[in-house]
Design a protein around this ligand. Structure first.
Ligand SMILES: [Zn+2]
Ligand SMILES: [Zn+2]
Length: 97
């Protein structure tokens, strides 16, 4: 016998990994988990305000889970290469086709 993880009733599981006595309990527990996750994520998101890109220091979107902004979300050596090229273009050293 097992104890239902939701209502704490004793039940006989049909499968060894069953943790709820009924589909209703499972559904309620699942809903609760989703609600908890949602609340946690909201909390996380607000606390993640004002994060900055560790590469360029730009403010990160709170929906961005990475440590770098979208513009830096590529190979860093690739970025510096591009930046050098851009500087070269600005300086007139590199000509575009
Ligand atoms: Zn139950
Ligand atoms: Zn950046």
């Amino acid at each position: 016998m097992k104890h239902c993880q939701w209502c704490d009733l004793q039940f006989k599981p049909n499968v060894s990994y069953q943790i709820y006595c009924s589909p209703e309990c499972r559904e309620q527990a699942t809903r609760q988990k989703i609600a908890e996750r949602y609340a946690r994520n909201r909390l996380k998101k607000t606390s993640r305000k004002n994060r900055k890109c560790k590469n360029c220091g730009a403010r990160l979107s709170m929906y961005n889970d990475d440590q770098t902004c979208a513009g830096c979300d590529i190979n860093p050596s690739e970025v510096s290469k591009i930046l050098k090229e851009l500087k070269g273009i600005a300086d007139g050293k590199i000509e575009l086709d």
